[in-house]
Write a protein that binds this ligand. Structure first.
Ligand SMILES: Cc1cc2nc3c(=O)[nH]c(=O)nc-3n(C[C@H](O)[C@H](O)[C@H](O)COP(=O)(O)O)c2cc1C
Length: 343
């Protein structure tokens, strides 16, 4: 299929990353390591390493490992609450990483400045229009807007709405959209709405190059959209950041754990702070357990609603080609329907 017209629609986003396609591989902790990231970049997309809780020397190793597998551009996703954020930025700069993605909150101005002064482009997540404008003023070179359809930690608003609130108004920097994207038709629609490109996570988990455990991949292949639900909090005094994941035994135990912790707090056995920590610690290490060890019963199966569109294990290049072909076919279809007389 000739995808050149879609590539034209992607031109601004692709130029921003120095890639053929404006498709970002959303950073996924434990999954987005050198193999998947290099495969994405080699396929013409933009791979992004998930730094997660890595310390600077470990990140340096992962960047070098990725550089050994690809000569194409890739980025690094840093979580803003990491205690050594500034050192991690420096690690990226030392390794000549061209794009740093700040996730998990609004990055401190000093981190944005350090990244830019060091020659990197800065990408930030904008959870609302007001914050999108603020981030552009603070120096963000591009934005990602991620809807609540996405896998992992999510905000409250769907991409359908965020796209309408933000895309028509932000033109100074490229805006990439994420959350629930599983097919090329959707990619075309968001490009037509003004997105510079897209970011997909869930669709790449089952790539042949992904090191995710076979059990983790099997769970994705079996799951439907309705199985990927956000974690729920049972008491407003103890906030739980919603994480979208496939429901499993761990999810059910989390509800019981919240209830038991609440009971201990009410009985005066725990302070409020201790109870909050106890709830927060429930999922510690759970994503690693599922992705690496294959514990799909009690581990965290973070997945977006697009999981229903993951139907088999296949190479990254095949997934990208399929997405681009679907987008190109949809564009041809649009042209044909425009020529049909209205009934
Ligand atoms: C298993 C998993 C782990 C994730 N980990 C991270 C992360 O460490 N940092 C981050 O910014 N986003 C993370 N995300 C979100 C993705 O980068 C991406 O924005 C999201 O998957 C897009 O939505 P989709 O899954 O519907 O394609 C994660 C998503 C998944 C499914």
């Amino acid at each position: 299929m000739d995808t050149s017209r879609i590539e034209q629609l992607m031109a601004r986003g692709a130029a921003f990353f120095g890639t053929r396609y404006a498709i970002m591989g959303g950073a996924m902790s434990w999954v987005s390591e050198r193999h998947l990231v290099a495969a994405l970049s080699n396929a013409g997309a933009f791979g992004v390493i998930a730094c997660g809780a890595m310390e600077p020397p470990r990140l340096a190793e992962e960047i070098a490992g990725t550089q050994a597998l690809t000569t194409m551009p890739f980025g690094v996703n840093l979580i803003t609450m990491h205690p050594r954020l500034e050192q991690l930025v420096q690690t990226c700069l030392d390794a000549k990483v061209g794009h740093i993605v700040f996730a998990g909150g609004i990055p401190p101005g000093s981190a944005i400045k350090a990244a830019k002064d060091g020659g990197a482009k800065v990408v930030c997540f904008a959870p609302a229009f007001a914050l999108a404008k603020k981030l552009v003023r603070s120096g963000a070179d591009a934005l990602v807007i991620e809807g609540s359809e996405a896998g992992g930690h999510i905000g409250p608003v769907s991409l359908t709405v965020l796209a309408q609130e933000i895309l028509p108004h932000i033109h100074d920097v490229p805006v990439f959209v994420a959350g629930g994207i599983g097919r090329g038709e959707a990619i075309l629609s968001y490009l037509e709405m003004g997105a510079a490109g897209v970011q997909l996570g869930t669709r790449f988990v089952c790539a042949t190059e992904s090191i995710a455990h076979a059990n983790f991949k099997r769970a994705f292949i079996r799951a439907a959209a309705r199985d990927a639900l956000p974690t729920t909090q049972i008491d407003e005094r103890f906030p739980v950041i919603p994480v979208r994941a496939l429901v499993n035994e761990g999810t059910k135990r989390f509800m019981a754990h919240q209830k038991a912790t609440l009971d201990r707090f009410t009985a005066g056995e725990l302070t409020k702070e201790a109870a909050q920590l106890d709830i927060e610690h429930f999922w510690a290490g759970a994503l690693r357990r599922a992705v690496i060890d294959g514990d799909v019963e009690s581990g965290s199966l973070m997945a977006g609603q697009s999981v229903g569109m993951v139907t088999r294990e296949e190479p990254v290049a095949a997934i990208i080609a399929e997405l681009m072909d679907q987008a190109a076919a949809a564009l041809v279809q649009r042209g044909q329907s425009a020529l049909q007389p209205a009934l």
